[in-house]
Design a protein around this ligand. Sequence first.
Ligand code: HEC
Length: 196
Amino acid sequence: MSKHALSLVTLAAGLFFGAYPSAYADEPATMEAESRQVAQDLLKQLGGTLKAQIAASGPESAVPVCRDVAPKLAGQASLAKGWKVARVGTRTRNSLLGMPDAWEQEVLARFQQRLAAGEKLESMEFSQVVQEPAGGSSFRYMKAIGMQQQCVACHGPQDQIAPGMKAMLDQNYPHDQATGYTPGQLRGAVTIKRPI
Ligand code: HEC
């Protein structure tokens, strides 16, 4: 086929797919791309807010960002999309909100293996269409959250958490298990569940 004819075919395919996007909305690849976008936006907003707050008033002032802003942003994304968007941890500070379910635990375990095998956390993700025991199915997606330097003040090894911060965490989260992380480790994941 000539170069010219090939580009016409490409153009026609582009027009076709472009004209009927809704026909493909339930394709796993489309759902994965949409989920990735939501997860990335959430992490970007969260990281930006956290950084700005720590720079302006120190780490202790940023506790409400991780405590209130993260669930709020996840809740907004859930409402906007009609999906369940949340954040889970490999170990949790707030087990009420951050505890992974069985499927999420399995994916986190696989993320740990992939990390150990040398894969980068920044782009690590997994998605699957899952049959629910009660009937119906859902599209599930997880995007890894890596531990960064700016998280150490609150999730790092005990000896790197300031006494004031430690007291505040002890008071608010008596069952806190989300310390002892070092940068580069898997901290958790953004998780999305979408009924299909
Ligand atoms: C200023 C303190 C602070 C900083 C800095 C901080 N966090 Fe948190 N983090 C918290 C608190 C408090 C919670 C509990 C939130 C709640 O009550 O739901 C939490 C919860 C989480 C959770 C949910 C799972 C759980 O443990 O309950 C994840 C995931 C998480 N943080 C990741 C991070 C990452 C990644 C960073 C760095 C980019 C970070 N945090 C920085 C204080 C902090």
